[in-house]
Design a binder for this molecule. Structure first.
Ligand code: SAM
Length: 334
């Protein structure tokens, strides 16, 4: 196997596969109700990659260097038969780490089957510890307690260590940083605080809404002293910090204030099978068309990755005028 490298010598190591563009939450920073309302046209079923097609795509990516596969969406647990897909991907030789990102609404009832099918770990999204803030952010009235129960069930099923992702937006949930650090310290679960990003075109992003990761760390450090930890592996998106009192670790994903394009090894596949080489891309290449027309998938992936020169976050500025409309995170997958 030879590892594919792009124009900046970045290897192809991770694959994120979106299995649906639908979600049962309407997080205001991701799928706001005003845009993703009852009239919104989601992808019709026949346009989604089938499980066999997804598995074949994963196999081709593994043959060019991918070791980590993350299933995402939309809400991936809404995809019917997701356990069966996990089983198929888990059997692909060379998949070292198979994970899934979820809002946890269906996790408690699916955790055992997902683990049995071969899922290694889950990442759960949760943006606050208080219902008032969390429900305002998910905008469907989903309670914190159900997410916490699902985290426990998933941990019992062997899907840990569980990472808990929190997007922090100024004026909305800054207080959640210390609340969440306090709650998850000592549990073995790892909270990662994410800077609010300008993905998609629906959330009305402004640089002023971003709480810099350094500010989040200062707030935690003032209450629970921290020290920096080395990365687990090259290209890890989160910067890691451990509590000096030994109660575990937290991470920050500073994609706005400290972009990590230089070490980005991720490719993304949308639910309809388009390959994207950056979260902030405005267009992708349909691998579904290549598969369904009997084309050369391996050559197509090599060509796309070989030409990759994306580094959006590094050249972003507060007044970046976008020349084209970026795809939504719910479509391309977080
Ligand atoms: N539905 C699943 C979930 O809730 O985890 C998977 C998809 S969701 C798009 C993946 C992650 O992207 C979530 O943790 C979400 O909070 C994050 N996300 C969405 N929009 C974001 C934004 N504008 N900035 C930072 N993170 C964002």
């Amino acid at each position: 196997m030879s590892v594919a490298t792009d124009l900046f010598d970045r290897q192809l190591r991770d694959l994120r596969v979106s299995v649906t563009d639908r979600c049962n939450f309407r997080c205001t920073y991701c799928m706001p109700k005003e845009v993703f309302g009852p009239g919104y046209q989601f992808l019709p079923r026949e346009q989604l990659l089938t499980f066999e097609e997804i598995t074949s795509v994963v196999g081709h990516f593994v043959a060019r260097g991918v070791e980590k596969v993350r299933i995402t969406g939309g809400e991936p647990l809404l995809r019917k038969g997701i356990e069966q897909l996990i089983g198929l991907i888990a059997e692909v030789d060379g998949v070292e780490d198979l994970t899934l990102t979820t809002n946890a609404s269906l996790l408690a009832r699916k955790a055992d089957r997902l683990a049995e099918a071969g899922l290694n770990r889950v990442t759960v999204s949760l943006d606050a510890m208080d219902d008032e803030t969390f429900q305002e952010m998910n905008d469907v009235g989903f309670p914190v307690a159900t997410v916490l129960e699902a985290i426990d069930v998933a941990a019992d099923a062997g899907l840990g260590p569980i990472k808990v992702n929190a997007v922090i937006k100024r004026g909305v949930n800054e207080h959640a940083v210390v609340d969440m650090a306090r709650h998850f310290r000592g549990t073995g679960h790892i909270v990662r605080f994410i800077e609010y990003m300008d993905v998609g075109n629906s959330n009305g992003w402004r640089l002023d809404d971003v709480v810099p990761a350094d500010q989040m760390l200062e707030a935690i450090h003032a209450e629970f002293p921290l020290e920096a930890k080395p990365a687990n592996y090259p290209g890890e998106v989160a910067n890691r910090f451990s509590y000096l009192d030994g109660e575990g670790e937290v991470g920050v994903i500073a994609s706005v204030t400290k972009p990590f394009c230089g070490s980005c090894t991720r490719a993304r596949i949308s639910a309809e099978g388009s390959m994207y080489t950056c979260l902030f891309a405005s267009s992708g290449t349909s691998l579904r068309d290549v598969i369904r027309s009997g084309g050369d998938l391996a050559a197509t992936i090599d060509e796309i990755w070989g030409k990759r020169d994306d580094r959006y976050s590094e050249i972003r500025s507060s007044n970046t005028a976008r020349l084209s409309v970026p795809v939504e995170m719910s479509y391309i997958g977080g």
